[in-house]
Design a protein around this ligand. Structure first.
Ligand code: BGC
Length: 354
């Protein structure tokens, strides 16, 4: 079968090639690949900065944002069901054993399409039922957005868990970054009735218009300083950083309201440094009970909540989720698509499955 692969650590090695068909074991379902979405992590893997192949393989099949269709299933996952694969596999540490591999302690987890396990970017794949999540047929077209959505599902779930330290009724949120994670974060927060302002550096008229459809405000720091944007929005109860830049995360501390919480999602590559006003930032954190946390990956609960929220978003803003998929390529033409293109929101690779 054909698959989209890279040679890990070799820059710009993405290519479509033949790989062996999956041979599902007795406890696995066989899935026909329908499509995958590409994200910044795939770009970094294709730049040679990140990622590792499974043991004994020279290549890594890409794809951790998936939709497939069960070809040979079980009583609970009948043939024909649309499914999305969960990314991370546990390593046996106490947190993994408790069903929270996203909070892994030992760091020996593997991730499909990222580290140590082949991804879902192939015509067929196999997986154990506990690592796939069924989605309704009506969500098959936008199901590739489920995995990126889970990244912010976890951030929002954890923000609410952290804020159980006080009486907290978040009214206003600030989202840094208008890429897929930022926009999906805005969707989640709007579904929860929170006012949202999304900002990025350079104004993109089409992002402003898109976000207006879900009642989220948009601003560009190229035109308006962040302090002014925040002053216009009002005190920020929850901030989510989704720009890819570590510097933005630290800068956001200054813009959090009293008792506010900031969740960081960027896996910022490289070794950039920046000057931080530590006395002021520390004072704000202490005197205003502000909290900052990092968040990676997501667990099954976030995928299940994500399915409900995708359905709610489809119902409330018909066509919105589909509009986030700005480019579709066939598997045979997928290799050049594994590079960052700022004009795109979500690039999707069609794997041939129905
Ligand atoms: C994926 C996560 C993964 C993280 C780090 C992200 O792109 O969505 O599932 O844990 O990269 O590898």
């Amino acid at each position: 079968m054909r698959a989209l692969v890279v040679t890990p650590r070799q820059p710009r090695s993405a290519r479509v090639t033949d790989v062996p068909d999956p041979r599902p074991s007795a406890d696995e379902v066989l899935v026909r690949g329908v499509r995958i979405g590409l994200c910044g992590t795939d770009h970094e893997i294709n730049e040679g900065l990140y990622g590792s192949a499974p043991e004994g393989s020279e290549v890594l099949v890409l794809g951790h944002e998936s939709v497939g269709r069960v070809e040979r299933g079980t009583a609970d996952l009948p043939d024909g069901t649309y499914v999305v694969g969960i990314v991370r596999r546990p390593d046996g540490c106490p947190n993994c054993a408790a069903g929270e591999p996203d909070m892994c302690l030992w760091g020996r987890f593997t991730e499909r399409g990222i580290g140590g396990l082949h991804g879902f970017g192939s015509e067929w794949w196999a997986e154990r039922p506990e690592y796939v999540v069924a989605i309704p047929d009506a969500l098959a077209g936008v199901g590739v957005l489920l995995e990126p959505l889970t990244v912010v599902e976890k951030v929002v779930r954890h923000a609410f868990l952290i804020q159980r330290r006080l009486r907290w009724e978040p009214k206003r949120a600030l989202v840094a970054g208008a890429g897929p994670i930022g926009v999906l974060g805005a969707v989640l927060l709007r579904l929860r009735g929170i006012e949202v302002t999304v900002f990025e550096r350079t104004e993109k008229a089409e992002r402003r218009a898109l976000l207006a459809r879900i009642g989220a405000a948009y601003a560009a720091t190229g035109a308006t300083p962040l302090a002014e944007i925040v002053a216009g929005a009002g005190p920020i109860d929850l901030a989510v950083e989704a720009t890819g830049s570590g510097a933005v995360g630290f800068a956001l501390i200054e813009h959090l309201g009293t008792n506010g919480v900031l969740g960081l999602t960027s896996v910022s590559g490289g070794d950039a440094t920046a000057e931080v006003p530590v006395a002021r930032a520390n004072r704000l954190l202490v005197l205003g009970n502000r909290a900052v946390f990092g968040s990676v990956n997501a667990n099954r609960a976030d995928f299940e909540q994500g399915v409900r929220d995708l359905g709610a978003a489809q119902g409330r803003w018909p066509g919105f989720l589909g509009a986030l998929i700005t480019s579709r390529v066939r598997l045979g033409n997928a290799a050049p698509a594994v590079t960052h293109d700022p004009r795109q929101i979500k690039v999707v690779v069609e794997l041939g499955g129905p």
